[in-house]
Ligand binder design. Sequence first.
Ligand SMILES: NC(=O)c1ccc[n+]([C@@H]2O[C@H](COP(=O)([O-])OP(=O)(O)OC[C@H]3O[C@@H](n4cnc5c(N)ncnc54)[C@H](O)[C@@H]3O)[C@@H](O)[C@H]2O)c1
Ligand SMILES: [Zn+2]
Length: 496
Amino acid sequence: MTTWSSPPAAALSSGRRTGALAEAAFVVCLEARPETILARLTARGDTEQLDRPLLATDDPLARITELKAARQHLYALCDWAVHTDGLTPEQVAAETIRAHDERAAEILAAAGRVEAMTAPAAPAPARTLHAVPEGAACMVGAASGEYPVFVGWGTLSGLGGLLRDAGLDRYAYVISDETVWHHLGDEVEASLRAAGIEFDSYTVPPGEASKSLDSASGLYDWLIDHRAERGHTVVAVGGGVVTDLGGYVAATFARGIPLVHVPTSMLGQVDAAIGGKVAVNHPRAKNMIGVFQQPRFVLADAAVMRTLPEREIRSGLAEAIKMSLLDSEDHVAFLEDNAEAILKLDRDATVEAVRRSVCFKAAVVSEDEFETTGRRSVLNYGHTLAHAIESTTGYSRFRHGEADGIGMMAAGRMSVAMGLLAPEILDRQRALLERYGLPTNADGLDRARLLAAVALDKKVQGKKVRWVLLEGIGRPVLRDDVPGEVVASALDSVLD
Ligand SMILES: NC(=O)c1ccc[n+]([C@@H]2O[C@H](COP(=O)([O-])OP(=O)(O)OC[C@H]3O[C@@H](n4cnc5c(N)ncnc54)[C@H](O)[C@@H]3O)[C@@H](O)[C@H]2O)c1
Ligand SMILES: [Zn+2]
């Protein structure tokens, strides 16, 4: 078995060499987040490591992030990735051996594997080197380039200026929903006018039903009527429905025109507007018609959530809780300590909660933009069951985040039953969800129908359901070997 650990890009850039690797070995990439890499270099006390020419910069973390993003298309060629954050060297070795023993034979036998690895790698995308714009919480590294996510309080009035700074000032097509536009339309219009940007706006009725091909079609008509072209920008101002719909339209109109997200709901700010997944629903399957389209920037003004109904705030915060459990002890402790302030939308606590979620998701997405290595899939913690709960209840009984709470409890139970997670962590997860007023179980759901819906979910790989489980806070794992009786008993535990 040969492993391949953070190889220098030059060593991989030749198809001949990747071919030799591919033919000779099961290629495992040892992944780590930039913060982890920097911490490891620093912890060795080995300042010479930081004197590497490539890291000789005032901001080595930014440099590591940038190098990683630029090489990601090469790392993505590996057969398997082990996410080493939080693991000891022994655990990394054990995980690598497990992957080899369980998966190597099947993966090595796959048709076209060597050819895929040997194909000339896509050129590293052109990037502007890391001038993180003022006020940006973090950057998302994407194949189409890097983009900033701005998180602040009272910053919506700066939208026009940001569009101008980004060179997106020719014409703005603002897409929103009627409720959001009622609250925020004047401020958005004033900001665009002040920056001298011409614009037009289009609103859809609020609610999931607007995330449809019909709405998209209406938007295409509107864009054609206005002679929209590729130098113009779609600005999506609203919750996840609007950013998904607006993003899908921007991605597909004229083969893609620039997109800016202005998320206004909690779910939108902490999750939906980050990462470039945009979609509309098919009558038979949610989010089925979609693409990856990264925005040019995201502007999250937490102050606009003051008009958001309380249930929407709580439900959106389920995603923040999920991010924290996937991220770190420190992140979980922050949400535990600040629940009251965040639920009241206290300025500093809310901005910090949004910032932490956004930056965690940005880091994950930057490592695995197209969900190929498994890193991004961990964001589905709790979601396999949540989607089943939502679909079997007709998307009406639960808000998405509420279904997530129940889904996370089931996934946590499975983690404990599989011997992966300490029961105390599951108790902590439950307490955290309860603190934010989120359900951890529900009555009246039918186990057989839920299981059937789980099997239909698009996260099923082959014929096996792949669950995101936890081995601890900040240590998610993907498992497709959860026995049926463990799933059944975890479901029963949340269905009473
Ligand atoms: N693309 C992704 O990665 C991703 C991730 C998670 C969820 N989603 C999608 O997001 C959607 C759900 O998003 P959502 O929960 O934001 O729903 P939503 O867009 O329907 O917003 C919820 C409600 O809040 C209202 N609202 C939004 N901002 C407001 C404000 N500032 N003041 C007052 N009211 C406001 C809306 O009008 C709506 O009635 C789903 O379609 C889901 O599939 C996408
Ligand atoms: Zn979700």
